[in-house]
Design a protein around this ligand. Structure first.
Ligand code: PLP
Length: 418
């Protein structure tokens, strides 16, 4: 089925099949007791109330510019440095190696663009993988247009970059290798330690986009052996619009924005102190959670994965079965559109996401799923359910109750053949 036909069908599903969302949590729908279940934590997380409370004074009382010499500015500056220490501690870095940015996208752009430009005289080759977030892939494409050589590594069917594939692609003039730590769609975790060590053999610098892993699994820059790392606060119960770039001491990056000398001349612009305070507090809380070594999220993920496969035929789990983010479930349902499943789930109070999005009349399957070797048809039926610290076994069981009849009904009205 062509993409415009798919979109028309989706629009029909939107019109016909989506009943108004009941206001009351207690209300029943199709015999099911309604619940509100947020399973889109890889897209973003709610701000932890403790984090929010830590931030508020930096909007209301201590609102001075952290570059100002007066007492309020100095208080803000101290809070900023405290936040830097908290983030550095979560990553096993020194505070002086943390540059606050406006999020993961900016950190990715700064790492790749400024490192490649600063080292362009000696090395002009950059390597990345086919399953990166667009913050990396589009930045690499931009660099290729600027005259740098780009190699995009394939992944295997579980979404893993095989070390030998990287070894073969490396060249004496490889400046930078950028491979994500955990994938945002299928949840696969890469063996960053090995990939970084291989890259260092030819003198290349290693960057990892750790936006999805920081706060969810242990991430220590020294253990991983990375030179550059991007993180984002809103994926770990912190505010949006703040993130950081870790740059190992001595790695030649530069400022990506022109302006003032903030962040040791590495990020121009008045610093978002409340955001940094929130990010710092979120990092501290994440560290406490990780120290507890709690396996609940992993078990919830396994229960959901198992339950889906057992209850729904013609279904494929995607990503690595073991080396994956806890609480992340990625699945493709044959003969249905991911977006129509999302709309139906939403009408039952369940919030999830899909690898494909129907924008401007075209429905493109996820580049990540295609890179795993899935066909367009299968990739179109993808759904991602990503759990967080507040999800419960009741949430999982509710999804397992509601999802099978949704898929059955959608398949019955699907023009895709079942
Ligand atoms: N990298 C990955 C792997 C992501 O999942 C995301 C966001 O979803 C980003 C980068 C972008 O981060 P931000 O939203 O902070 O710009």
């Amino acid at each position: 089925m062509g993409t415009s036909c798919r979109c028309k069908w989706l629009q029909a599903v939107r019109r016909i099949e989506r009943p108004a969302r009941p206001r009351q949590m207690e209300s029943k729908k199709g015999g099911h007791q309604m619940r509100t279940v947020y399973m889109d934590h890889s897209a973003t997380t709610p701000v932890d109330p403790v984090v929010l409370n830590a931030m508020i004074p930096y909007y209301t009382d201590i609102y001075g510019n952290s570059s100002s010499v007066h007492s309020q500015g100095q208080k803000a500056a101290r809070a900023l440095e405290n936040a830097r220490e908290q983030v550095a501690s979560l990553l096993g870095a020194s505070p002086g190696e943390i540059i606050f940015t406006a999020g993961g996208t900016e950190a990715d752009n700064q790492a790749l663009i400024t490192y490649m430009n600063n080292n362009r005289e000696k090395r002009r080759h950059i390597i990345t993988s086919a399953i990166e977030h667009h913050a990396i892939l589009h930045t690499c494409e931009h660099l290729a247009k600027q005259g740098f050589d780009l190699t995009v590594l394939p992944v295997n069917s579980e979404g893993t970059v095989e070390p030998q594939t990287l070894r073969t692609a490396l060249r004496p003039d490889t400046a930078l290798v950028s491979i994500m730590h955990a994938n945002n769609e299928v949840g696969t975790i890469q063996d960053i330690k090995e990939l970084a060590a291989i890259s260092h053999e030819v003198g290349a610098v290693f960057h990892t986009d750790a936006v999805q892993s920081v706060g969810k699994i242990p991430v220590n820059v020294k253990d991983l052996g990375v030179d550059l790392l991007s993180a984002s606060s809103h994926k770990l119960y912190g505010p949006k619009g703040i993130g950081c770039l870790y740059a190992k001491k001595g790695v030649r990056i530069g400022s990506y924005l022109y302006g003032g000398g903030h962040e040791r001349n590495l990020r121009a612009g008045t610093v978002n102190v409340p955001g940094a305070v929130g990010f710092g507090k979120a990092a501290e809380l994440a560290q406490q959670r990780l120290n507890q070594n709690d396996s609940t999220l992993w078990e919830l993920g396994q229960r959901l994965r198992r339950g889906i496969i057992e209850a729904i035929p013609n279904t494929r789990l995607t990503g690595h079965p073991i080396n994956r983010l806890p609480g992340s479930v990625s699945v493709c349902f044959e003969y249905v559109e991911g977006e129509s499943i999302l709309l139906m789930l939403d009408s039952y109070g369940i919030m999830a996401s899909s690898g494909s999005a129907c924008t401007s009349g075209s429905l493109e399957p996820s580049h990540v799923l295609l890179a795993l070797g899935l066909s367009h048809e299968i990739a179109h039926g993808s759904v991602r359910l990503t759990m967080g610290k507040d999800n419960t076994i009741e949430d999982v069981d509710y999804v397992l109750e509601v999802l099978p009849p949704i898929i059955k009904n959608l398949r019955m009205m699907s023009p895709l053949g079942q």
